[in-house]
Design a protein around this ligand. Sequence first.
Ligand SMILES: C[S@@+](CC[C@H](N)C(=O)[O-])C[C@H]1O[C@@H](n2cnc3c(N)ncnc32)[C@H](O)[C@@H]1O
Length: 324
Amino acid sequence: MVRLALDPSLIPSPRPSKLAELSSCEDAGATLIEGDNLDALELLCAGAQRFELIYLDPPFFTQRQHRRTKRKRRAKGDIARTESDAFDDRWPSLDVYLATLQARLARLRSLLTDDGSVVIHVDPNTSHYIKVMCDELFGDGCFASEIVWRYRRWPAKTKNFQRVHDVLLRYVKDPKATPRFHQLYEPLAPSTLATWGKSKQRADVDANGRRRRSTKTAEDSPGTPMGDVWEIGVIAPVARERTGYPTQKPEALLRRIVQGLSLEGDAVLDPYVGSGTTLAVAAALGRRAVGLDQSPEAIAVATSRLEAQGVALRRARVEPLSSR
Ligand SMILES: C[S@@+](CC[C@H](N)C(=O)[O-])C[C@H]1O[C@@H](n2cnc3c(N)ncnc32)[C@H](O)[C@@H]1O
């Protein structure tokens, strides 16, 4: 196994911290915790709650300060735009970025149920380092899939092929456990439809075990089992789900992840919750969800999004003890 030689002194440790301001709400569909996720994860690890699905969309090492754009229609009918800081993705080095992520991933692994999976959403600039790091952290047999999210974006002329995909790495906690997995389907290929129509095919084998031409059945086919390249559009500028929070992911992408990798009633965790996409989708699909973020802007956006959706919400804050 290839190892990523990170300097151990770069890997941060959580500070002693406490959960403050946990406003209780019976049957909460979602919980939002504000604060550094390393501190929050350490507190969650000390508790009993484990998660069937963890999805994380951390900063991508863009070396940029990301800003939120708010649009407001004025009385005159034109749109006023205001900007505010959302989150900082500037790092002293790639090693510090990877070490920061590694400390979180180690705790996320402990928070998974044995049949659960973690999906790490990154881009091709860092995904190869993160895969090597996770192969070592999760261990043999735990890498489950690399999903390519392919999207269309405004064309830009550069002296390169335009990047139109992100990478989602899926790891399981225990390779011996039957994974939580709900089969999803995509539409049949035009060539299959032309040959077979919508009917389900049956694979036939002869007496020597050789495949014969498939035969049609009377049943309709549900489609082709979902592959690992997903074509899903980015959020349209006028879409209702758009919050203006930078790097917001489409609900359609999260719906596929939540439906494919968890069941109704399961617990879902997003430690980099941003505008709350994972929680909004998980709550709509009957999952209990916990989201963490250190940006007050993210917490404000996610709170109003979930409240507008009518989700029963619990709010909490993690404070380092030293700051009391
Ligand atoms: C790429 S955005 C997530 C976007 C989100 N998936 C969505 O659909 O809106 C990453 C988020 O991680 C948060 N974040 C970065 N480092 C963090 C940390 N150490 N603790 C908690 N949140 C953090 C940022 O504030 C930002 O909101």
